[in-house]
Ligand binder design. Structure first.
Ligand code: HEM
Length: 424
């Protein structure tokens, strides 16, 4: 087996990769399982076993320079905008421990009625123009921002602007291989916004997570600094918002592309969790995560020198035929449980919001399926987000077929246990 990277080229900034990275991933897995791109200065691991091991191996593969390939977002300052995602132990454990109280299974489950209410309010608006909708701006782009905003205490009137700023953070024009000036300006605006929000909460605490973080005291009696809290709020808006929007729209899109699969959850909402899992596997929103080698790392027949950037290609790992049978088929009838997905990472940095993301997606799809008997997508109007690591749609024109309303509780999901019933 050759491990040369000469014949296959992988450029995560290329628009053609954003359109469809999977044929390139297949070639990487087979021809260059440790791939080196000298021009862009990174190595890439693409096989499932190597990606999972890469996530686990925090002693040699460090998060201390962040997880991005963008030169200006990469470096020892990364934690300023990525919080503990850009830290190694022991700092990582301290920060994660302090904020994880907001993400206990109980805290997450408590969000369900409110998430359902928000989803219903957007669906109610969608019913008014079923033939002229954009799945992103009318639904998927709004719900996750609302959920994060409620958690953090961002007022309703500011959410649209925050979403615009977070979109600017991840968007890349063709040919641009770093954070563009618009992205840097958006980051500055977010810092100013969050600083003001912190000052207000300090004066008048509320019951949101931001106020709770101001109160947190660790085992040594230390409090989080303002910079630490701002870094965390930043992480939330990108990690919790962009990725979940993309998950929802990817599920909608792949369901549309595979009518036989879509028919399953439309007929039986108990199949919705598998719709979510298969979307996370087949086309995950977080395609790759970066690391820095702390020592020389031997891999296949090559040595990655200490200090080099390594990309863990989660999107490729999820399509590895060594682990998933018929990986390029979107199939809601895969035997459960699925093998370990790379979609939320693995080990110490495993996504803190994974259960919240799954809950949001389940509630959203339950409510959509309860309200609409079927849907269509207009591929001509679809546009992709052009980002180096987030994969999904910027626009997804859709039409829906509303189900007849029978009773106020008819949109209550059969799989829901804590639904507020007819709370519309
Ligand atoms: C479909 C939705 C989501 C996907 C695909 C996703 C993916 C990921 C991945 C792959 C990581 C690991 C990064 C690494 O190892 O370098 C991660 C970390 C993280 N995610 Fe998510 N995420 C999602 C939703 C969320 C949500 C809803 C939240 C919060 C509300 C969230 C908060 C975080 C945080 C705080 C981390 C950092 C964990 C750490 O460094 O210890 N994510 N996410």
């Amino acid at each position: 087996m050759s491990t040369s990277s000469d014949t296959v080229v992988y450029d995560p900034y290329a628009y053609e990769i954003h359109e469809d990275p999977y044929p390139t991933y297949e070639r990487l897995r087979e021809e260059a399982p440790i791939y080196h791109n000298e021009e862009l200065g990174f190595w890439a691991l693409s096989r499932h076993a190597d990606v999972i091991e890469g996530f686990r191996d925090f002693e040699r593969l460090s998060n201390s320079h962040g997880v991005s390939l963008d030169p200006s977002a990469s470096g020892p300052h990364a934690h300023k905008t990525m919080s503990f995602l850009g830290m190694d132990p022991p700092m990582h454990g301290r920060m994660r421990g302090l904020v994880s109280k907001g993400f206990t299974p109980r805290r997450v489950a408590e969000q369900e009625p409110r998430i359902r209410q928000i989803a219903r309010s957007y669906i109610e608006q969608m019913r008014e123009s079923p033939d002229d909708l954009d799945f992103i701006s009318d639904f998927a782009g709004r719900l996750p921002m609302d959920v994060i905003s409620e958690l953090m205490g961002v007022p309703v009137e500011d959410r649209e602007e925050l979403r615009r700023l977070s979109d600017l953070l991840v968007h890349r024009e063709e040919g641009i291989r770093d954070v563009p000036p618009e992205g840097a300006a958006a980051a500055m605006e977010l810092v100013v916004y969050y600083s003001d929000m912190l000052a207000q909460r300090r004066e008048r605490p509320t019951d949101d997570l931001t106020s709770a973080l101001l109160d947190v005291v660790d085992a040594d009696g230390d409090r989080l600094t303002d910079d630490e809290i701002i870094g965390f709020l930043f992480l939330m808006v990108v990690a919790g918002n962009e990725t979940t929007t993309k998950l929802l729209a990817n599920a909608w899109y792949w369901g549309w592309r595979n009518p036989d699969q879509r028919a399953k959850p439309l007929a039986d909402p108990s199949r919705i969790p598998m719709w979510i899992e298969e979307t996370l596997r087949y086309d995950t929103s977080s395609q790759m995560l970066g690391r820095i080698t702390l020592v020389d790392v031997e891999c296949y027949d090559r040595v990655i020198p200490a200090g080099d950037r390594v990309l863990l290609l989660a999107g490729s790992a999820n399509r590895d035929p060594r682990v998933f049978s018929n990986p390029d088929v979107y199939d809601l009838d895969r035997p459960e449980p699925l093998p370990q997905l790379a979609s939320f990472g693995f080990g110490r940095h495993f996504c803190l919001g994974a259960s919240l993301a799954r809950l949001e997606a389940r509630v959203a799809l339950e409510e959509l399926v309860a309200a609409f008997g079927d849907y269509d997508v207009d591929p001509a109007g679809m546009t992709r987000v052009h980002s180096v690591n987030v994969r999904g749609f910027a626009t997804l024109p859709t039409t829906v077929v509303p189900r007849a309303r029978t009773s106020p509780t008819s949109t209550t999901s059969p799989t829901s246990t804590t639904s507020p019933g007819g709370a519309r």
